[in-house]
Write a protein that binds this ligand. Structure first.
Ligand code: HEM
Length: 84
């Protein structure tokens, strides 16, 4: 969509090793200062909300890249009962 609206390229997926391994401050910095073709959102998004967005990105990343080891033992047992 960004490209259709004239950006020279679109945003990368959050689910790449590079962005999974990036520290929280990277996302905060991209929102604050922009990045490449992306404008900054410093005027529109307060610092506290920027950190909240960063936390949400981390949750999205985790939602697609969690291992069964990350679950508490009880949830793990429940999951292991399910047919595969
Ligand atoms: C708070 C909202 C947003 C967040 C957290 C966010 C976050 C990011 C991140 C993490 C990257 C990748 C930086 C990297 O490669 O290391 C990115 C790239 C990009 N974003 Fe955003 N973005 C936001 C809003 C937007 C919006 C609204 C647009 C378009 C209208 C946009 C357009 C782009 C584009 C075009 C790139 C690619 C830039 C390049 O590689 O030159 N972003 N964004």
């Amino acid at each position: 969509m960004a490209v259709r609206r004239g950006f020279r390229r679109g945003p990368p997926s959050f689910h790449t090793d590079r962005l999974r391994e990036a520290p929280p401050g990277h996302f905060y910095d991209v929102i604050t200062n922009g990045f490449g073709a992306m404008n900054d959102y410093a005027a529109q998004i307060k610092p506290r909300d920027r950190w909240a967005i960063v936390a949400y990105i981390r949750a999205l990343q985790f939602s697609q890249n969690a291992s069964i080891q990350d679950l508490p033992p009880q949830d793990r047992q429940e999951l292991e009962k399910l047919p595969r």
